[in-house]
Design a protein around this ligand. Structure first.
Ligand code: GCU
Length: 127
C-alpha cells in the first residue's frame, strides 16, 4: 500500500538525467543521479497531515558496489540508506526509512555519499 511518487516528478542536480534505457521501471522512466559525491534528486511528496511516514525507495544498482545516500526531508538529514547492489540495472529492489513529514508538500532529497553517486531511483512510496 501507500502513495507512489515517481522519481521523474523530481529534480536532479547537475549531471543527473531521467532515463528509460533499462527494463522494469514504473511510470515513464527513472532518475539516474549524477555520478558524484553530493549528486542528488529532490522528490516532492505531499502529506495530508503531519506525522511519521515510511519512505520506500525503489532503486537499481547494477554495479558491484553499494551506493549509500543520505535522506533528507525539507533540508534536514534523517539518516543514510545503504542501497545495496541489485543483480543488474533491470532489477529493482527497495530500501526504506521512517521520517517525519509536515502537512503539505515535503521535499525528499536523496544524496549520494560516494564518487559513484546515488543509485538509479524509480519511485518513492509513502506509507
Ligand atoms: C550505467 C547505467 C546507468 C547508471 C550508470 C551509473 O551507465 O546504464 O543507468 O546510472 O551506469 O553507474 O550510475
Amino acid at each position: 500500500g501507500g502513495t507512489v511518487v515517481e522519481a521523474e516528478t523530481g529534480t536532479l542536480s547537475a549531471g543527473g538525467t531521467f532515463d528509460s534505457n533499462h527494463l522494469g521501471f514504473t511510470g515513464t522512466g527513472f532518475a539516474n543521479p549524477a555520478n558524484a559525491v553530493g549528486g542528488y534528486i529532490d522528490i516532492p511528496v505531499t502529506a495530508t497531515a503531519a506525522g511519521t511516514k515510511t519512505l520506500t525507495f525503489r532503486y537499481a544498482d547494477g554495479t558491484t558496489v553499494a551506493r549509500p545516500a543520505t535522506i533528507s526531508v525539507n533540508g534536514t538529514s534523517r539518516g543514510t540508506l545503504n542501497f545495496p547492489t541489485t543483480a543488474n540495472w533491470d532489477t529493482w529492489s527497495t530500501a526504506s526509512i521512517s521520517v517525519p513529514l509536515t502537512a503539505g508538500t515535503n521535499t525528499i532529497r536523496v544524496t549520494g555519499t560516494t564518487a559513484v553517486g546515488a543509485a538509479n531511483i524509480d519511485s518513492v512510496t509513502i506509507s
